[in-house]
Ligand binder design. Structure first.
Ligand code: HEM
Ligand code: HEM
Length: 230
């Protein structure tokens, strides 16, 4: 959904509380995972934090289908052609329009971040440092698979950091030059839209019952996996 700012504005709920907790938990956990992994310290907690990131990412994928309006993939993933066509507008400092949810380019960045974190987390399950720490799937995998997954786990962080740097640079660009206040919205969940279009903009309230069912089912799955393979 696109909007053109005018003077009279109304607050719209754009990120439900679960998206905001998901996001800021990721920031803390990835920071810790990067530090502990590269320094080779706190590796027991590295594994725990890695499981938590995997859980968060799987939650986010499910929420991308069942979640609040602006969290759903269908409401922010645009076709490659539409995405390419949106680039001049998204990048232009002078353009008046801005987006209520993720813009088309940002939408693909979200997909890339989710996929790389999924790959990093899953590869960790079959990674070993050959000394102290084995991922839980190591006893079940052939040596060839273990060395492949360990290589992937050591290689992907460079790409992850590259994506995160791009992501943060884009967010700062929108905040500083386009005055879109994206960071504030990821903290408060609220964005301002012109009064004239507030009626047609969908609010992203947390659907509480659906949220509780999704969290209960995923927690049960996580508990079962950790008790059987962790
Ligand atoms: C998305 C979550 C994760 C991130 C971002 C992450 C990040 C990292 C990083 C940056 C390293 C150091 C790579 C290097 O030395 O160049 C590392 C090493 C390692 N990680 Fe993870 N990790 C994650 C999840 C996991 C999980 C779930 C496990 C196991 C269950 C795991 C097990 C390991 C092990 C055993 C090493 C040491 C490998 C070695 O020293 O050869 N990681 N991780
Ligand atoms: C490890 C670092 C980070 C990762 C992995 C990450 C990942 C993500 C992901 C997956 C989303 C999509 C949220 C969703 O729809 O569920 C997102 C959005 C967002 N992130 Fe980050 N992020 C990181 C760091 C940061 C930092 C440091 C900031 C602030 C400076 C930031 C600001 C934002 C904002 C404002 C959005 C919403 C963008 C929009 O309105 O389209 N992120 N981030």
């Amino acid at each position: 959904m696109e909007s053109t700012p005018d003077k009279a504005q109304q607050a719209v709920k754009v990120w439900d509380i679960s998206i905001r907790l998901f996001h800021w938990s990721l920031v803390v956990l990835i920071g810790f995972l990067w530090w502990s992994g590269t320094e080779g310290v706190e590796m027991d907690n590295h594994v725990l934090a890695g499981y938590t990131v995997l859980g968060l990412i799987i939650y986010r994928i499910v929420w991308g289908f069942l979640g609040s309006y602006h969290a759903r993939f269908i409401n922010f993933i645009r076709s490659p052609i539409k995405t390419i066509k949106s680039i001049p507008d998204v990048m232009s400092v002078h353009s008046d329009s801005h987006y209520v949810g993720h813009n088309p380019v940002g939408g693909w960045m979200v997909v890339a971040l989710i996929l790389i974190l999924l790959a990093q987390g899953f590869s960790g399950l079959g990674t070993t440092d050959d000394i102290f720490i084995d991922g839980p799937l190591v006893p079940y995998l052939s040596d060839q698979w273990i060395s492949r997954l360990s290589e992937i786990h050591l290689l992907l962080p460079d790409f992850l950091i590259g994506l995160v740097v791009l992501h943060v640079a884009a967010v700062l660009f929108h905040d500083a030059f386009k005055r879109e206040r994206l960071i504030k919205a990821m903290v408060t969940g609220v964005k301002k839209v012109p009064l004239s279009m507030a009626q047609s903009v969908r609010q992203s309230e947390l659907p509480a019952i659906r949220f509780l069912i999704v969290v209960a089912l995923l927690s049960a799955l996580g508990w079962w996996l950790i008790s059987n393979f962790g």
